[in-house]
Write a protein that binds this ligand. Structure first.
Ligand SMILES: *Cc1c(COP(=O)(O)O)cnc(C)c1O
Length: 453
């Protein structure tokens, strides 16, 4: 029989709705709290910072949300994204399992982040905004927003952590090419930035300071709003286009996954690929295991605590119910920069607490090994973040082989690694260290959490 390696959908077959898992969750997510009063806060409090429609989606219980025509139109540049059968990797592994992967690196941003950047820019434009602010660490999110804002005629100001700005010029140049302004943070354009510079003129910056600068700039001007690329419910919602497509592609493959796997930073790409399959579990009696892989150096899901914490290190967001290592915990510098976040989104946190999804950890060298094996067999050089999902899939295939069962495994390759080749070089030179957080380190990180009195 002729091998079918890729499963494609036509433009017409692309799903026209995002799936909101909240509608089917047995326990609804707990509300965000005001950090001072500890009372639940209403959506109004968020509208200062975020677009109204995005705030509506953040608290929505509606099962399906229509994707606006303008967003569909732009999605069509790169969606539907392909799903591949990893025949070559299967052969290299000598596995009896069937491995499939969805590839989200084939768009302008090189990752799944474009899927939410486009609707976020669209809604802000529709509501009359003129300017967007955001922060970026290594630059994946900033470059995803840059094209989206340019397309919809919005100005974009990106506060980029100063060390990354200086050490990683390529993402910055991408953002400039798409027309955005990139400011190394801390900067003298905001009070938060000036305060940080006063304390330390050579401050290398942090995501916390960059967030403070971006939010401060947004709240000062009624025509400027702030955007975030992970963690929040509306971001997970937009990413469900991945799993909605994968459901259709699995049907085309005449197959169905026993396990669905994604890597975990704040939870958006994992939510995106897994929530539509979770619905099949909850509503249609399917029994797919939904497994997410996080770095051993930042194990919020497997070792963190489910509690209310700030979403950002500066303590500017409302308190969110999440698995966390503490908002001021700074994880070891691993090369999967997108997975170095202290907490997990509210939705995956609640689902993990309820036993509806699973989490495991991996060490970075083992993930690079998996990433290289994937590149050498399937041809795509994966983002270091995505290599955690690949390593997780390889592990599950090995476990199934040992048990003598052939399983169908679907994993998400969230992005390509062409701008991360320096970290591959470090791996080849044997210059990467593995770090696993111990229980004592986790306790120490959690005990440092300070809330406002
Ligand atoms: C940002 C990023 C991640 C991690 O973010 P999630 O919200 O957990 O998906 C993973 N992979 C890539 C390629 C990224 O850019």
């Amino acid at each position: 029989m002729e091998k079918i390696r890729k499963f494609l959908l036509t433009d017409k077959e692309m799903p026209r709705q995002w799936y909101n898992v909240v509608a089917d969750m047995p326990n609804k997510p707990l509300p965000p709290l005001n950090p001072v009063t500890r009372e639940p806060i209403g959506p109004e409090a968020l509208c200062n910072v975020f677009s109204e429609e995005l705030v509506k989606q953040e608290v929505s219980q509606e099962r399906y949300v229509d994707i606006p025509d303008e967003v569909i139109d732009l999605y069509k540049i790169y969606r539907p994204s392909p799903m591949f059968r990893a025949y070559n990797l299967e052969k290299v592994l000598g596995t009896k399992c069937k491995l499939y992967y969805k590839y989200e690196g084939g768009n302008y941003s090189g990752s799944h982040k474009a899927n939410t950047a486009i609707p976020q820019a669209y809604y802000n434009k529709k509501e009359g905004m003129k300017r967007i602010t955001t922060e970026t660490g290594a630059g994946q999110w900033g470059s995803a927003m840059s094209f989206a804002c340019q397309y919809f005629g919005l100005e974009l100001v990106v506060y980029m952590v100063k060390v990354s700005f200086e050490q990683k010029p390529f993402r910055k140049l991408m953002m400039n090419t798409y027309g955005s302004t990139v400011i190394p943070s801390p900067s003298n354009t905001t009070e938060a930035g000036r305060a940080a510079l006063k304390k330390d003129p050579d401050c290398p910056g942090s995501l916390g300071i960059a967030i403070s600068e971006a939010i401060e700039t947004a709240v000062k001007d009624p025509y400027t709003k702030y955007t975030l690329g992970s963690v929040l419910n509306h971001v997970a919602l937009h990413q469900t286009i991945i799993g909605q497509e994968a459901l259709l592609q699995m049907a085309k493959a005449d197959d169905y996954p026993d396990i669905v796997i994604g890597c975990f930073g704040g939870g958006s790409n994992f939510s995106g690929i897994s929530f539509p399959f979770l619905r099949e579990n909850l509503v249609n009696g399917k029994k797919t295991r939904l497994l997410t892989i996080e770095p051993s150096s930042c194990p919020k899901l497997t070792k963190g605590k489910f509690m209310y914490d700030f979403g950002d290190s500066a303590g500017l967001t409302p308190l969110l119910p999440m698995y966390t290592l503490g908002h001021d915990f700074i994880p070891e510098k691993i090369h999967a920069g997108g997975l170095r976040y202290h907490g997990a989104g509210t939705l995956p946190s609640q689902l993990l607490k309820d036993g509806l999804i699973e989490a495991k950890t991996k060490l970075q060298r083992n993930c690079f090994e998996a990433g290289v094996a994937f590149a050498r067999s399937e041809s795509i050089i994966p983002a270091p973040e995505s290599s955690y999902a690949i390593a997780g899939a390889i592990d599950e295939a090995k476990i199934a082989d040992e048990e003598g069962i052939s399983k169908t495994i679907l994993f998400n390759v969230s992005g390509h690694g062409l701008l991360d080749l320096i970290s591959y070089e470090k791996y080849f030179e044997n210059n990467l260290v593995d770090h696993a957080m111990t229980n004592e380190e986790v306790d120490a990180a959690l005990s440092k959490i300070v809330f406002p009195a």
